[in-house]
Design a protein around this ligand. Structure first.
Ligand SMILES: [Zn+2]
Ligand SMILES: [Zn+2]
Length: 370
């Protein structure tokens, strides 16, 4: 259960006290909202009325966000590019605001709103879940990933394709040491949600697991599967992705129209394609599970229930993540020395970064460094 803030007191000293609903924690927040004219910053902005294909974002000067109670102002040092960002700017996910700065794999340094736990200068990570209400039926059941009133970083609020970002203080994560900013950024959605997908699929040690699609998320999940002594079968469209899967030690690698040579215990699909989900289902043993690691699918084709789903096979979606998923994955990533392959783009080249994800031209993860 996340600690819902039940008391927040603003003293005229500029010190804020916050007490969580279980009285476990008192946060002292010394920030003071910025006064006067806001400073400017550079950000890549998506307009819901944009019409030019492939020029999704406009890099411009915008007001720097002002600190709010319970939040941190971060200086962004790196922000990973996720396929969900592409779904947002291509309209697969409906626009919720007329103007939006995407980006939800943010590595930043605390510059305002520092607490005793998170002093100024602390390096933290921010992911897709930017906040929850803490008291809806799902939050009460410990399923905050399904919250009825969620905040999604870079979708319902501005994200990290910018020089600064305002984030909820209780939705940041301390980052493992030993990885630089550009290499830790892709862990923050691709890594966490890939890890959650393994949990949703119910992967057990030593099983045969199929990864359908091999972008950023799958290329991080494979390290965990190997540490669990699983055999990993990869089916993916792009040649560079097949090479990457082979170089990372996949047991078998095939093209999108090929079937793994064995029946699988579990499969995770990463491509935003319903056809791929059906292929994954067709590869499963009885009782096997397909977990869909995609926020959007083109469409689900009809399939033969008797042949493909009968036998207690399951199809499950993977929706968002919990803070516990994030903490668990970041610890595992540190222990396993997971180091993503990354390609870096400048903030001015944010459109090129999105195209690289769309066209699958890079092996591994794409990161914007402002
Ligand atoms: Zn909730
Ligand atoms: Zn994402």
């Amino acid at each position: 259960m996340p600690p819902a803030i039940i008391c927040s007191v603003l003293l005229n000293t500029g010190i804020h006290l916050q007490v969580d609903s279980h009285l476990r924690e008192v946060l002292i927040w010394r920030g003071r909202p910025s006064l006067g004219e806001p400073k400017q910053m550079k950000a890549a902005v998506f307009s819901s009325t944009h019409t030019q294909p492939q020029l999704f974002l406009h890099v411009e000067d915008v007001p720097r966000p002002r600190l709010e109670a319970g939040h941190l102002l971060l200086r962004v040092v790196a922000c990973g590019v996720c396929r969900t960002d592409l779904h947002i700017v291509e309209g697969d996910l409906p626009p919720l605001r007329p103007r939006l700065t995407p980006g939800h794999q943010i590595v930043g340094e605390v510059i305002e709103g520092a607490t005793l736990e998170l002093p100024a200068g602390t390096r933290v990570g921010v992911s897709w879940m930017g906040g929850v209400d803490g008291d809806c039926p799902y939050c009460r059941r410990g399923m905050e990933n399904l919250c009825d009133k969620p905040t999604f970083t870079g979708y319902t609020v501005d994200g990290g394709y910018a020089e600064y970002v305002l984030v909820r203080a209780d939705f940041v994560f301390r980052l493992p040491p030993g990885l630089d900013d550009a290499h830790v950024a892709p862990l923050l959605c691709a890594g966490i949600i890939g890890f959650r997908s393994l949990r949703i699929a119910g992967v057990e040690k030593g099983e045969r697991v199929g990864l359908f699609g091999f972008g950023s998320s799958a290329s991080l999940a494979i390290a965990i599967l190997q540490s669990w002594k699983c055999e990993v079968y990869v089916v993916t469209r792009g040649e560079s992705h097949r090479k990457r899967a082979a170089s990372l030690g996949a047991t078998w690698v095939g093209k999108e129209d090929e079937m793994p040579p064995v029946t699988l215990d579990r499969a995770i699909t990463f491509a935003p394609s319903g056809k791929v989900v059906v292929s994954a289902l067709a590869s499963l043993r009885k009782g096997g599970v397909v977990a869909i690691n995609a926020i959007h699918l083109d469409h689900m084709p009809a399939f033969d229930y008797d042949k493909l789903l009968w036998g207690e096979r399951q199809i499950r979606s993977v929706a968002n993540m919990t803070r516990q998923d994030a903490r668990d994955f970041l610890r595992i990533a540190h222990d396993l020395h997971i180091r993503p392959n990354t390609t870096i783009f400048a903030l001015d080249d944010a459109n090129k970064a999105l195209l690289a994800v769309k066209e699958e031209t890079e092996q591994g993860s794409v990161v914007i460094v402002p």
